[in-house]
Design a protein around this ligand. Structure first.
Ligand code: F6R
Length: 609
């Protein structure tokens, strides 16, 4: 949600920043801008819409300078116009600011500044920050930034440049992500690692209420009181190539195809089939802790939430602990029944989702132990939980999440087996069988990926539909929800998911010959019931697309539009079944001409409430 890049070095700042913004465009893409220090002043270019518009402007009017800041925006306050695009400047034009987050008290601050004579030109909360720094400035830019940040409530990650101190780049953060990248006589700030991966893998993660003062030769981190803070320099293992499209048309397609490898990475070193063991020491839970468990909450948003819904089935089935799954945005406001005896599992790809972070803090405040299932190393959620299980999915750039969902499911099944073992409910043969089957999943998914032609044909048949219904039962009801979400997000087709047995209680009224109904009917304890649901749809002239297990001949009596997947254990089937859902959404969106990697109104990493 908004991407920030800053550069200080001897190269052309605009080139580094623009390249970084391209890699962060998934965070927001309704306007963008860059400012640099040049010829003793600050110059900037800004453009409405995607980065190509800014690129055009930069071609027509290049922007020189070796110190600069850039921003790609996902609008919160103020429409996505050029006027509201970052960077924003103060009244004197000597200070320029980019910002990700929301300044919650910007209105009273703005009124106060207006009274003092400041004139505002945009509707953004960010412009207030630029004026506030100007107001606090006496003769020390760093001190002015610290003083301004002390007055601000809400979330921020900022980059500041100023002609008052032209050889310095200042950064600061609270509740919005920001990293420093340390290069060779050049240094960077960015919202996320992929922005600077081509230039350095040496990273410092800023913590809340810290600022960084970057020069060409180094970076100093301080608290808001001005005291120097010792920070660890971390080395990122991600290979820059992982953040490229690698020959695929879209990141989303590349990420779907990466899933077999992602499963191997998430499992990597965590299982011992022979001894029926799972290693999840990172969670920091003893056998005693797990035996005592009475209640687990899984809390997350969007796709991560749906992975949690699958996790509920897995954990309840194998470990017999009651699991409640909650949207993070609901959990935090509904006075949840959580105390020291509750285990809370938060799930997040980015590790920065504001609602999830707030829910985690709420759970900790109430004394619960909180475990995170997280992709991005060093992210806020990863740092604040009591134990973190990294899913090792690698950078996920496509805005619609695919491979992270897959990796979350793997993490959840590992937890379920582990808890089942610890509670002596899963015996050695069962654990061995599940671990063996888990390791087979990459090959099963490779088979589905090798057969995309059939899914493309089905996409061709249905891409003009206005509405879609997705039906699933049991552990695959969440698969239906995730499938519907993928379709909505990238094709803009209205799609709803129902537990198949619920259809007759209302949604059946929607069914007619214009309504494609995707039914998940892979082998399961409720297969016959799903077949009955399919017949109910057919009886009302609905078009059924059936997802079945390889070799299912029965289904052909009801529909020609069949996608089949290899057989696996029912409890693992969501891992296999989600892949055709992702591909169907992708090919339908492609056929409709949507911008698959950057669907309208969305942004990866939702760092506002
Ligand atoms: C859907 C999607 C979103 C995210 C949600 C949570 O494709 O990407 O629904 O799943 O915003 O994000 P994280 O997992 O980063 O907390």
């Amino acid at each position: 949600m908004c991407g920030i890049v800053g550069y200080i070095g001897s190269g052309e700042a605009t080139e580094y920043i623009f390249d970084g913004l391209k890699r962060l465009e998934y965070r927001g893409y309704d306007s963008a801008g860059i400012a640099t220090i040049t010829n003793g002043g600050i110059d900037r270019r800004r453009g409405e819409g995607k980065l190509v518009n800014l690129e055009k402007k930069l071609r027509e009017q290049p922007l020189a300078g070796s110190v600069g800041i850039g921003h790609t925006r996902w609008a919160t306050h103020g429409r996505p116009t050029e006027f509201n695009a970052h960077p924003h400047t103060d009244g004197s034009g000597k200070i320029s600011v980019v910002h990700n987050g929301i300044i919650e008290n910007y209105m009273p601050l703005k009124e106060e500044l207006i009274e003092k004579g400041h004139r505002f030109v945009s509707q953004t909360d960010t412009e207030v920050l630029a004026h506030l720094i100007e107001d606090e400035f006496k003769d020390d830019l760093e001190a002015a930034v610290r003083a301004a940040l002390k007055r601000v409530e809400g979330a921020y990650a900022i980059g500041v440049i100023s002609t008052h101190d032209p050889d310095t780049l200042i950064a600061g953060r609270k509740s919005s992500p920001l990293i420093l990248g340390l290069g060779d006589n050049e240094n960077f700030i960015a919202s996320d690692v992929p922005a600077i991966l081509p230039h350095t893998r040496k990273i410092i993660y800023l913590d809340d209420e810290e600022i960084a003062v970057l020069t060409r030769s180094g970076a100093t981190v301080k608290d808001l009181g001005g005291n120097t803070v010792d920070k660890k320099v971390e080395t990122i293992e991600w290979n820059p190539v992982l953040a490229e499209k690698g020959g695929y048309d879209h990141f989303m397609l590349k990420e779907i195809f990466e899933q077999p490898q992602v499963i191997r990475n998430t499992i990597g070193g965590r299982t011992d089939e022979e001894h029926a063991k799972i290693y999840l020491e990172e969670m920091g839970l003893s056998v005693e802790d797990v035996k005592k468990l009475k209640h687990i909450y899984i809390v997350a948003c969007g796709t991560a939430y749906y992975s949690g819904c699958v996790g509920k089935y897995m954990i309840e089935q194998l470990a017999r602990v009651q699991v409640e799954v909650d949207f993070a945005s609901e959990f935090r406001y509904r006075n949840p029944i959580v105390d020291e005896s509750t285990l809370v599992i938060v799930i997040s790809q980015s590790g920065e989702t504001a609602d999830t972070l707030a829910a985690l803090r709420e759970a900790k405040k109430r004394g619960a132990r909180v475990i995170g299932i997280v992709n991005v190393k060093g992210s806020s959620i990863a740092r604040e939980v009591d134990g973190v299980l990294y899913i090792h999915a690698g950078p996920e750039i496509g805005v619609a999440s695919t491979k992270a969902y897959m990796a979350m499911l793997i993490a959840l099944i590992l937890i379920a087996i582990q808890f089942g073992r610890m509670r002596e409910l899963v015996d050695v043969p069962e654990a061995r069988r599940l671990i063996r089957e888990l390791k087979r999943l990459p090959r099963l998914i490779e088979r589905t990926l090798a057969d995309v032609g059939n899914i493309q044909e089905i996409a061709e048949t249905f891409f003009e539909a206005r509405d879609f219904l997705y039906l699933g039962r049991g552990v695959n009801f969440p698969t239906a929800m995730e499938g519907a979400l993928k379709l909505k997000e990238i094709s803009y087709i209205h799609a709803e998911a129902y537990a198949a047995g619920e259809m007759k209680h209302g949604p059946i009224a929607l069914i007619d010959r214009n309504m494609p109904v995707l039914c998940i009917a892979t082998k399961s304890a409720t297969y016959d019931k799903v077949l009955s649901n399919i017949q109910e749809v057919k009886a009302r002239e609905g078009n059924v697309i059936a997802l079945v297990t390889d070799g299912d001949e029965e289904i052909l009596k009801f529909t020609r539009d069949v996608i089949s997947v290899p057989e696996t254990e029912e409890i693992l089937s969501p891992i296999v079944n989600v892949v055709p859902m992702q591909l169907l959404a992708y090919y339908i969106a492609l056929r409709r001409g949507s911008d698959v990697d950057q669907p309208r109104n969305l942004a990866k990493s939702v760092t506002v409430e």
